[in-house]
Design a protein around this ligand. Structure first.
Ligand SMILES: [Zn+2]
Length: 170
């Protein structure tokens, strides 16, 4: 497993978040978090509280396990990368996070578990929520026999425009 944190841009810089927080809240006190874990059926252990604090204390975010691990190290939270992975998957199973399938090599977790769409900046590996008005999906195929459509998630991949007239040869 790679120790590299490839998303320094996301960690250090401010990646613009368009839809900030579905509930309109910017953070949650520790007691709220404890209650949230309990309601999701998770025992509020120290590790879950610490990681949950990092995850949910700053509005809607999209992170990989490596990003959260790096934040935990900086916040002096004594956890292993394996614990971070396990916790992210437990939170996801409990409905507190959503896992996004953006590219095959790394899993992103979204702290906003409600259905919404994303921009993905391929070169920076950055994920941005699409504004609510950003897309209308109104012509879906029929679900196969015995199935129904449970949700639709759109990922629009972005890349920076190349400056005009400065093409590299080829
Ligand atoms: Zn999102």
């Amino acid at each position: 497993m790679s120790e590299m944190v490839p998303l320094q841009a996301v960690l250090n810089g401010r990646v613009p978040t368009l839809g900030v927080d579905a509930t309109g809240r910017r953070g949650c006190p520790l007691s709220d978090l404890r209650e949230r874990l309990r309601r999701a059926g998770l025992r509020p252990t120290r590790q879950r509280l610490s990681l949950g604090w990092l995850l949910f204390g700053r509005g809607d975010r999209h992170l990989t396990a490596e990003m959260l691990y790096d934040e935990a190290m900086r916040a002096k939270v004594p956890v292993s990368l394996a614990t971070v992975y396990n916790t992210l998957h437990q939170f996801t199973e409990a409905g507190l996070l959503r896992q996004l399938a953006l590219d095959g090599s790394k899993a992103y977790f979204d702290t906003n578990p409600t259905e919404h769409h994303h921009f993905y900046l391929e070169e920076e590996a950055a994920v941005i929520d699409m504004p609510d008005c950003g897309i209308t999906v109104d012509s879906l195929p029929e679900a196969p026999e015995g199935m129904e459509i449970a949700g639709v998630e759109v990922i629009v991949r972005l890349r920076r425009r190349r400056p005009a007239g400065r093409r590299s040869q080829g």
